[in-house]
Design a protein around this ligand. Sequence first.
Ligand SMILES: [Zn+2]
Length: 426
Amino acid sequence: MLTIPYRETSRRAYAAVQSAASGGIARAAPSASLAAAHADDAPAVRLFTETLREAARRNASDLHVEPLEHGWRIRLRIDGVLHEAARPPAHLRDPFITRVKVLARMDIAERRIPLDGRLRLAPSGPAQPAEDYRVNSLPTLFGEKLVLRRLEALPANLSLAALGLDEAQQEIVAEAIRAPHGLALVTGPTGSGKTLSLYCFLQRLNNDSRNLCSVEDPAEIQLAGINQVNVREKAGLTFALALRALLRQDPDVVMIGEIRDEETASVAVKAAQTGHLVLSTLHTNDAPAAAARLIDIGVEPYNLAGALRLVTAQRLVRKLCTQCRALAGESAATLRAAGLDAGHPIYAARGCEACHGIGYRGRIGIHEVMPISDALRDLIVAKQGARVIARQAREEGVATLREAALGRVRDGTTSLAEALAATDSP
Ligand SMILES: [Zn+2]
């Protein structure tokens, strides 16, 4: 299906987009063929506007434009799960993709290599904010696939409670990040909300008397008052290099988007030992695995034990739609096997108009919060593995992610199925 005379199509569509951008009136006197092209593209433009409006209304995080062997489809990622939003007529695909690429300032003639772009959609009403999207293209077997990621503004006054931390956990986190120096790590897989947690920590620390910096790949949200640096591996600006440069700029608090190599890890640990508060994320399943991972990639156990103050792990669980959630009919045996009281009512997803038939609306974080005690410090120095560290943490009352998730089942926030799926360690 790559045999469509693309340049011709794209040029026509480009003209139509330009025309639409100038209020629907072509600047030059339109030729007959341009007028015809415009008529062809108007439905694609309308589909584009409606799709992005739908994505915003349903609070989708990503929008996938996928060519298929026959036709194409648009899917929205809502609360971490993809849902098909439309399967529009085949002839609208190319004008649709061209419209996105033009607005994202991507080369419309280049469809053989992956491209990146960014687009901003003007507010749809007086009270509406502008919508920003990061756009990526990928040449697939059946044509170009686009993914549009919605770049959301940080929710105003984002609190530790809004992240889903319970009161005791909030106190532990607040105390750890109040410290003038040390390392605090948020762990979890991709898409578990780690970055939002770090942003929330930064926001709490943000004031005129502190120099806050971040190194990210890339910065997801722009934060007022924080010096954010984007890593550019291609240009040679790696995490470690950016971090070293930033440490020469007299920082108080440093956020590192992710620790994934020995050099970054060592610089982070050293910075945390020399008067800086360092916040970062790490890809591990749970909090006890973090120390072992850092030692594995080459950090000195003694230095790590000295620097580390707090490790948290997190997942996101979907919240049951409160309009339609229904009492769950799980058997007493199932409940007991999951560690729940057989007599306690729990809820399951159903689906209604308010939640577009999904049964869930929005997500909340569940957290394992492990402050580094003296006993844990000793275990780290002794190079003990994750299992030994976990045993000590449990003795000190650190709840597992599964336990935190079950707490959200008990209070009716989520379903048992969702809680088990979210905490099913790979
Ligand atoms: Zn519902």
